[in-house]
Design a binder for this molecule. Structure first.
Ligand code: NAG
Length: 187
């Protein structure tokens, strides 16, 4: 009986372990590609310099993100988590909209790690400053160019997509908001 349980559970444990490895891989390789569709007229919110998908353009997708460390390298981008903002629907973690005056972020799929960081805080560092921000959403690296994703391309595998409060706390002049190299760690 006990052997049977072992025989049955070992492969399951193995698959679980493999899945974990896949999510935060040392090196994250693309998982596929999607071909962009033209957003319907008036769709795709370009506020915060968001990209809209182009018809026929090929976008790379990822199911993983680079391994997390005490100073994980990432690209900080700007997002609105408010209703009607460029973030699309409500946040994945709590199905709510959030004020951009709060330091909150969305993480690339691998780092979001199937909601495991939901409502946890991360410390973001850049410019000799740091800010603690709460994870409320996923920056989907696996899909994009559809209504759910506001007709924006899939995220890269290394994105911390942040509210304006994060950019302000890091002391970045408003004209420079958009893309910036940062490091982050679990707080
Ligand atoms: C994250 O920070 C917020 C704001 O400081 C706090 O309310 C919340 O409890 C923190 N979350 C966790 C999981 O510690």
């Amino acid at each position: 009986m006990r052997n049977t349980i072992l025989l049955v559970s070992l492969p399951i444990l193995f698959v679980l372990a493999l899945n974990c490895l896949e999510v935060e891989a040392q090196v994250c390789r693309p998982s596929g590609k999607i071909i962009g569709k033209k957003p319907p007229h008036g769709k795709c919110n370009t506020e915060d310099d968001s990209d809209c998908c182009f018809k026929g353009k090929i976008y790379t997708t990822y199911k993983c993100s680079p391994q997390v460390s005490s100073h994980t390298k990432a690209v900080l981008t700007l997002n609105s988590f408010e209703k009607g903002g460029d973030g699309g629907g409500p946040s994945e973690c709590d199905k709510k909209y959030h004020s951009d005056d709060r330091p909150i972020v969305a993480l690339s799929t691998g780092w979001f790690n199937r909601k495991s960081r939901c409502l946890n805080n991360i410390t973001i560092s850049a410019n000799g400053r740091s800010v603690v921000a709460m994870v409320v959403d996923e920056c989907d690296s696996t899909m994009g160019c559809d209504e759910v994703h506001d007709y924006q391309p899939p995220c890269a595998d290394n994105i911390v997509d942040a509210s304006r409060a994060v950019w302000e706390a890091l002391g970045v002049p408003k004209n420079d908001w958009g893309y910036m190299d940062i490091t982050w760690a679990d707080a």
